[in-house]
Design a protein around this ligand. Structure first.
Ligand code: CDP
Ligand code: MG
Length: 158
């Protein structure tokens, strides 16, 4: 089993469709094993986005991720990391495939946001690979915040 971190970024929460996006993950069979609302500060942003601190877009990225609360979720499935990335779609909403979350619910382009010096609003963060997922789940969740339980599928279907 794999676990991965999903963040519903401040733009998702402020646009009030957190539930709709969570439903997509539930419907595909990803099991939610941890979930909480968190307001990230600058220090925590630097930990979460450590790989991006030196990049030109980091100031805008930090401003975006600290502008309001996020919902942090850990999901579990045999291929949770790649499954979630597939559903989330490419980083730039303008070129993200229709059917993906970023392709269906957003439209920002690099051209537009880089020109304005703001972060691209793409609704979701999802760990990029298994190694990133392990680090990020440990950064965001204490062991006791991850829950073990059986879904109805595990009890009645499998
Ligand atoms: O989120 P993802 O893994 O798809 O992309 P990333 O390359 O790890 O970048 C992290 C986040 O930085 C993106 O999701 C965007 O919110 C932001 N970003 C940006 O605002 N402008 C860019 N030119 C590149 C990334
Ligand atoms: Mg990334």
């Amino acid at each position: 089993m794999e676990r991965t971190l999903v963040l519903l970024k401040p733009d998702t929460i402020q646009r009030s469709f957190a539930g709709e996006l969570i439903t997509r993950f539930e419907k595909v069979g990803l099991k939610i094993v941890g979930m909480k609302m968190v307001w990230v500060n600058e220090e925590f942003s630097k930990k979460h986005y450590a790989a991006h601190i030196e990049k030109k877009f980091y100031p805008g990225l930090q401003a975006m991720i600290t502008e309001g609360p996020v919902v942090a979720i850990v999901v579990e499935a045999p291929h949770a990391v790649s499954q979630v990335r597939k559903m989330v779609g490419g980083t730039e909403p303008k070129s993200a495939q229709p059917g993906t979350i970023r392709g269906d619910y957003a439209q920002h382009s690099y051209e537009y946001t880089d020109g304005k010096g703001i972060s691209i609003k793409n609704l979701i963060h999802a760990s990029g690979n298994a190694e990133e997922a392990k680090i990020e789940v440990e950064l965001w969740f204490k062991p006791e915040e991850i829950h073990t339980y059986k879904t109805v599928h595990e009890i009645h279907v499998f």
